[in-house]
Design a protein around this ligand. Sequence first.
Ligand SMILES: Cc1cc2nc3c(=O)[nH]c(=O)nc-3n(C[C@H](O)[C@H](O)[C@H](O)COP(=O)(O)O)c2cc1C
Length: 364
Amino acid sequence: MLWPALRSVLFQLDPERVHHLAHWALHRVPLAVARARRPAPIPALAVRCMGLDFDGPVGLAAGFDKGDVALPGLFGLGFSHVEIGTITPRPQPGNDRPRLFRLPEHRALLNRMGFNNEGMEACARRLAALPPAARLGPVGINVGKNKVTPNEDAAADYLACIERLHPYADYLVVNISSPNTPGLRQLQERDALDRLLRACVRHLAERAPGKPLLVKLAPDLSPEALDEAVDVAIAAGAAGIVATNTTLSRAGVERHPRAAEAGGLSGAPLERLATDVVRRCYARAAGRVPIVGVGGVMDAEGAYAKIRAGATLVQAYTGLIYGGPGFVGRVNAGLARLLERDEFSTLSDAIGADHRQGGGKAAG
Ligand SMILES: Cc1cc2nc3c(=O)[nH]c(=O)nc-3n(C[C@H](O)[C@H](O)[C@H](O)COP(=O)(O)O)c2cc1C
């Protein structure tokens, strides 16, 4: 009720200013308040995967908390897990402003932030200072390379971040799919991906055996390239696939005055594309690793579509911007209703349902 009015005020302001304002506020949420405000978990929505317990499927996608570590506040919004990052070894300012745009008519964002972050040291210090009780769910750390690092040396950047940050992460994500770091997406190609992931998996396994390392893919790969990336990731030992990052496509927003801005598009126009990528990843992975579905999850129906397409967990960023503080609570309540409608007793029963004959429960 209050949110639409507040949103129309906030949407008059520069998007990045509002982002900083939101962070400022989230940072000041005391743990006791976060706990009290956090919507009560719905038992049927609990998920266990990669050796971790999630009290619901909906997490915060990378990019909202780029190392500020506003954890109690973010968990207070109801997210089951929070993915921090992308973090690079050294601090970097990112691209020039303006670099974040709203497309309200399309419930979308367009960004070319370019991994602005204060670097792994600052992030590690903040995470180390965090009381364990502030972790109200699994915390992922998404890592990348600095803009000035050439792709030939990229592995060293990823390994440095894994080395410094793994003690604070419940899982790590190798991000090779941001469209805003020149050449980064080339690391998705077979040989480059194989080398990078094998190095990262080995490095992490030597330091923290069993800690999951995932890879985050772009929605703009051809179907064949996507299949290949999934195969390579699994063979290299990745524990899961995060699908997807933002898209370079402007399908559906072509006529918007911001459509010609460089950067990645997120939100409603990405939904179908990202869900199709989840569907393909799930079919290719054939149960060997879980899929984390991201891209245009704006409501319960969108989250449910990704779960039925094969996502074990979902994440959202743009949905939070448009949906406001009540976003996760509404998605979870809606998911519980959709499960009941389709006679699934738990969320796990609905994962990949679209792939099964009749779209029903998994056998056994
Ligand atoms: C402003 C902004 C910054 C982002 N920064 C990152 C990032 O640093 N690393 C990353 O892996 N994804 C980043 N993303 C991508 C999101 O994590 C997500 O994959 C994408 O926005 C699609 O989800 P959505 O439609 O729910 O926003 C960013 C997205 C936005 C809108």
